[in-house]
Design a binder for this molecule. Sequence first.
Ligand code: SF4
Length: 219
Amino acid sequence: MKTKHTLPWEDTPAKSERIVSAITRIASVLRSGAWQFATTEGLNPTQVDILEALRSRRAGVRLSWIAQHLGVTAASASDSITSLTAKGLIEKGRDSEDGRAVALRLTRSGQDLAARISNSVSFAHEAASDLPQSTQDALFESLLVLIGKLQQSDRFPEIRACVTCKHFAVNRHPDSETPHHCMLVDAPLSVSSLRLDCPEHDQAQTTVAVQNWRELEGV
Ligand code: SF4
């Protein structure tokens, strides 16, 4: 009896479905790499995310900022922060912009641990940096545009990216390899040098951010 072969291309999911599937698989591998390391340190996923978010914000941030950045409730962020403070990984100080508010920062131990969490996914950094430069540029731009799409449909938490920053001037230098501009440091920016998480980010008005995303998409 003849074996009936399936025709794989007939069952192939739509490209959009395969894109999401690829991103999901990569995300879960990265997550499990970071969490494996973190669980040996007695941390849960939200605590890991908080340490990573605070790593580049040495001036400190407020609890409400952390909750919004991670897309979790203030109560959940507060529980995790209480635990991280008890472990000596986070300390509370005065907010530099409002002396009555509390700013959360990593302690020296917290900085060391956050650096080691990041190193636990260095295998992925190496894989990405092995890609040809043109592939890295195209991949970064595509992911950025996809994040923009998700943000515009309110399915992605706010990010401190150039595109949503009031200092960002989209297409200030058209027909150039560095078409955009950061007005804060007065420097032209290529697409591949746009930041996803900048400590100097200052939120632009929603209409401006939406227009920036659309220009980046080429709409
Ligand atoms: S301040 Fe930071 S986020 Fe804003 S445009 Fe400049 S580099 Fe980008």
